[in-house]
Write a protein that binds this ligand. Structure first.
Ligand SMILES: [Ca+2]
Ligand SMILES: [Ca+2]
Ligand SMILES: [Ca+2]
Length: 222
């Protein structure tokens, strides 16, 4: 087989591989399970230790439906659902926080987390850090209570196309005794699958195959 004919074959194969990679329905939406809760130091009220408080949709301000991490504490969440039993996701992570007090300055209620994504629960120290979320600076809680909603949370892009199964949040708060208060957490596909839109990967795969075929033809003509 000529080299460029092989390239054409590679184009077909790689196109098929890309299509396979983007076809699964990624997990999206709110956390469905708290895998690990490892509270840090500080006086955390019992109702703030309920790990179900961080699951599902966020509540508007001044509800008690949040999970406090404690100073230096951490938690791991997963997102499996009936539509995606494995719970793999890509794209970005959104976190909603609850703060009841004065919200005008980060320095007054300084609560923050570092956010990690990973797949191996036994290897969390090597998970990928995707950045920090500060409760006030980054608007992780609702700053506009007039509509009664919980706001849009704070979002961090994962920054690659890999699939992950878990999100880990680690408290980095400097002042508040019970740390960052997780109201809700969600994962969002970078390109949410839409029924009516052609799969970009199918197009790319087709172009690769066409390009490889054209190259092979060009080679034979030389
Ligand atoms: Ca708070
Ligand atoms: Ca707190
Ligand atoms: Ca909640």
């Amino acid at each position: 087989m000529k080299l460029f004919a092989k390239l054409g074959l590679i184009g077909l194969v790689s196109g098929a591989a890309i299509a396979t990679a983007v076809t699964p329905s990624y997990a999206q939406g709110f956390a469905t399970r708290t895998e690990v809760y490892d509270p840090g130091t500080g006086n955390i009220a019992d109702y703030r230790r309920d790990v179900t408080n961080a699951l599902g949709t966020p509540q508007a301000d001044r509800t008690r439906d949040f999970l406090s991490l404690g100073m230096g504490g951490s938690a791991i969440f997963s997102f499996a659902s009936a539509e995606n039993v494995d719970g793999y996701f890509s794209g970005s992570v959104t976190v909603w926080e609850t703060t009841w007090g004065n919200k005008s300055r980060q320095s007054q209620y300084d609560e923050r987390i570092e956010v990690f994504v990973g797949n191996n629960l036994n290897d969390v120290e090597n998970w990928l850090s995707i950045g920090e979320i500060w409760n006030i600076r980054d608007g992780a809680f609702d700053t506009n209570q007039s509509d009664g909603s919980a706001g849009s949370g704070a979002t961090l892009d994962i920054g690659n196309d890999d699939l992950y199964k878990y999100v880990r949040v680690v408290d980095l708060s400097q002042k508040r005794a019970d740390g960052f208060d997780v109201n809700a957490i969600a994962v969002n596909p970078a390109n949410a699958p839409a029924e009516a839109v052609p799969e970009p990967a199918t197009i790319i795969g087709g172009l690769l195959a066409l390009g490889g075929g054209a190259l092979a033809k060009k080679c034979r003509n030389r």
